[in-house]
Design a protein around this ligand. Structure first.
Ligand SMILES: [Zn+2]
Length: 267
């Protein structure tokens, strides 16, 4: 893969070479759509609103484009430009023109009518191996939603989700209590060195806007698949389906919170 050569005035700072969490989430989302992308068919790109909705972002700005820019889009563009990756942010297009916004070309020092370059970047994005830069995979088929970059972002329930990869002490205790077996399916992952692997999930997520507590009653021990399903709200949880062990009680109110606020608003 040839590096993008930038004129000196457009050289990115070292900071831009760091992929932020928000940018990584956006990248993961875009990469999940690459198999369906046809660089010669802009309808196979993703709309600003669609990306905003699918990522369950908070509204930060008067338009979806602006809001996305503040929540990973600008950082991802800067990172691809600074590190010479294909300009994958061109997969996000205006719902009416089916083209990227003018700002797309800027970090790469391209003029706003360089459509050949854009299509070439989409082709390169499809061929490029993004796996080393992705934290996890996301599933699901996107539903195209016709919209426009200038369309105001509607008020919506904030259900921004993150997988908390760093466990709290309590989370570790819960995983040990379950011997690293998923509370939904019973599966565990045995690593090469014989240790067992599972993930801890805070049912009512920590941090804004959910402000769930780091309490044992709010934690589940899950396999990665079920963890992602709950994070993305694609399934509800019934108390009866949960495997239980002595010393770890799951709070009914947290299950209800998940079912009412996270699964209900999930895609
Ligand atoms: Zn599972």
């Amino acid at each position: 893969m040839a590096a993008v050569i930038l004129p000196p005035e457009l050289m990115r700072s070292r900071e831009a070479e760091r992929l932020t969490d928000e940018a990584r989430r956006l990248l993961t989302f875009l990469v999940s759509l690459l198999p369906d992308l046809n660089p010669n068919e802009p309808r196979t790109c993703v709309r600003y609103k669609e990306a905003h909705d699918k990522l369950q972002l908070r509204q930060k700005g008067t338009t979806y484009g602006e809001s996305l820019k503040k929540q990973g889009l600008a950082a991802l563009a800067d990172w691809t430009a600074a590190t010479g990756k294909p300009a994958i942010t061109g997969m996000i297009v205006d719902g009416t023109s089916l083209m990227p916004a003018k700002g797309y070309y800027k970090p790469f020092g391209r003029s706003v009518d360089d459509f050949e370059w854009w299509r070439d970047q989409l082709r390169r994005s499809k061929e490029f191996d993004w796996a080393p830069y992705l934290p996890f995979s996301i599933e699901g088929t996107p539903t195209p939603i016709a919209t426009d970059i200038e369309e105001p972002a509607a008020q919506r329930v904030e259900t921004r989700v993150y997988r908390v990869l760093r466990d709290t002490e309590l989370a570790l205790r819960v995983k040990k209590a379950h011997n690293y077996e998923c509370q939904i399916c019973g599966q565990t992952i045995v690593l090469k060195d014989g240790t067992r692997y599972a993930e801890a999930h805070h049912i009512r997520p920590l941090g804004r806007p959910h402000d769930g507590p780091d309490a044992q009653e709010n934690i589940l021990c899950l396999c990665p698949n079920h963890h992602v399903e709950l994070d993305y709200g694609v399934r509800a949880i019934a108390r009866e389906e949960l495997r239980v062990v002595e010393g770890h009680n799951v709070g009914t109110k947290y299950l209800k919170y998940h079912n009412d606020h996270i699964a209900a608003n999930g895609s």
